[in-house]
Design a protein around this ligand. Structure first.
Ligand SMILES: Cc1cc2nc3c(=O)[nH]c(=O)nc-3n(C[C@H](O)[C@H](O)[C@H](O)COP(=O)(O)OP(=O)(O)OC[C@H]3O[C@@H](n4cnc5c(N)ncnc54)[C@H](O)[C@@H]3O)c2cc1C
Length: 414
């Protein structure tokens, strides 16, 4: 449906940031219209069905420890399937389960025996987790900022724990292996792992955006419509021009800096995910298997162990990710080793490289970047807060408040 010629607010982009802003604006009574170039809401949380399997566009998870996830989503309606909190570490061909003993007490002995440098180093990991999980956020952010690696070393996490657990685990989260990411962001991410659980919606990650979009009136949703230009408070598409009281640019950072010249975009992080099918699950335990030092894989995970609805039958769906773009043939043997199966057992389903998966969050972490650009123009997205579902949703909430301050000062103060 084309945009109307006039609207109170136009939101460009129906990712979690744009949708979070739009839902709040609609709830406050604004005439808001959301326009997206894609044919579905959710942005980077995108899902396809391939040969009956539910395939997210890159391995990604929903973390219930994010404040906005917990507050703004109807989690039961997403029918989440859960991962265990932790990972499988492989050393010299042997597997070790490293888990949060509070959640999985049955695997505590495995965790203590894992070759991560001995009890003192494991205690350091516990102390690091307790600090990130339970200190108030303002105290975490008051600590001098460094790189994630420097922060882990200062927390006395030893070399074995760093190389065998933290580096591959965090590479899959931060999408970089140098651990050059801000220690402040590491603290916030680790906090969410300590406080929440990670899961997959029964209908795939796109269901998160669809849930938010369903809270908007049908007439407010305009998918499959690319915005070509934003000029002042005018939005141009192939169908014509819409004049608005406020325009919110909620696209990916690259498009935002094209539509809003002068806006700086953080460097994008990329990831390649290969999907394979196995006749059955090798372990039946919903744990991420970490890549080994020197390998290309950052992780390999049987997603259908966490969310059985991702598979149409008893076969297992495996998602294996690399930071550098790889071809399936290059990583097949490594996936087989990680899953403890023969290469011939793996049936390649599909592969995807997402070049703009997340903006980098190197020091200084500039979360809460300005969203009100003046004269009715606003910007939101993960690049204004933190490169995550939490960051996108928080920036959308913050932007909605800023728009209301301009358009409805009385509502914004209420
Ligand atoms: C493979 C992968 C794994 C990830 N893993 C995790 C994870 O496990 N946990 C986590 O918290 N985060 C993860 N992320 C990051 C998270 O998905 C993003 O931070 C978040 O979804 C960004 O939301 P957004 O609304 O800011 O941007 P986007 O989702 O990019 O939304 C922007 C929207 O703008 C639209 N658009 C762009 N240009 C135009 C235009 N010209 N006209 C109209 N519409 C336009 C796009 O179609 C898109 O829908 C992952 C991302 C990827 C890709």
């Amino acid at each position: 449906m084309p945009l109307p010629p006039r609207a109170e607010v136009v939101v460009v982009g129906a990712g979690l940031a744009g949708l979070s802003a739009a839902v709040r604006l609609a709830a406050a009574g604004a005439d808001v219209h959301v326009v997206d170039a894609a044919d579905h809401p959710g942005g980077r949380l995108s899902t396809q069905v391939v040969d009956g399997f539910t395939v997210d566009r890159g391995f990604q998870v929903l973390n219930t420890g994010y404040p906005r996830t917990a507050a703004d989503l109807d989690l039961p309606a997403l029918d989440l399937g859960w991962f265990w909190t932790g990972a499988v570490v492989r050393v010299d061909g042997r597997e070790h389960r490293v888990v949060d003993p509070r959640r999985h007490p049955g695997a505590t002995v495995d965790t203590v025996r894992a070759p991560l440098g001995g009890l003192l180093h494991e205690a350091a990991v516990g102390a690091f987790s307790a600090r990130a999980g339970y200190l108030p956020v303002d105290r975490l952010l008051a600590v001098p900022e460094r790189s994630a690696e420097q922060a882990l070393r200062r927390a006395r996490v030893g070399g074995e724990a760093l190389e065998r657990f933290f580096r591959p685990f965090l590479s899959g989260v931060l999408l970089e292996s140098e651990l050059a990411t801000s220690s402040h962001y590491l603290d916030l991410v680790w906090r969410s792992f300590v406080r929440g659980r990670i899961g997959l919606p029964a209908r795939g990650m796109q269901a998160v955006g669809e849930q938010l979009a369903d809270r908007l009136p049908a007439a407010a949703r305009h998918w499959g419509t690319e915005v070509l230009e934003v000029s002042g408070c005018q939005v141009r598409t192939a169908d014509g021009t819409t004049s608005a009281g406020a325009v919110v640019v909620a696209t990916d950072p690259g498009t935002a800096s094209r539509l809003l010249p002068g806006l700086e975009a953080s460097a994008p992080r990329q990831v390649t995910t290969h999907l394979h099918v196995l006749p059955s699950s090798p372990r039946g335990v919903p744990l991420v298997v970490l890549g080994e030092p020197g390998g290309q894989l950052v992780n390999s995970v049987v997603v259908s162990d966490a969310q059985p609805a991702y598979s149409p039958d008893d076969r297992a769906l495996v998602a294996s990710s690399t930071l550098a773009p790889t071809r399936e043939a290059e990583i097949r043997a490594e996936v087989a080793r990680a899953q403890g199966v023969a290469t011939t057992d793996l049936e390649h389903l599909t592969s995807v490289t997402v070049t703009g998966a997340q903006p980098a969050a190197v020091p200084p972490l500039q979360h809460r970047r300005p969203v009100d650009l003046g004269e009715g123009l606003f910007v939101c997205g993960d690049h204004r807060d933190t490169p995550s579902i939490q960051g996108a949703m928080a920036s959308g909430a913050r932007t909605a408040r800023a728009v209301l301050r301009r358009l409805r000062p009385a509502v914004a103060q209420a």
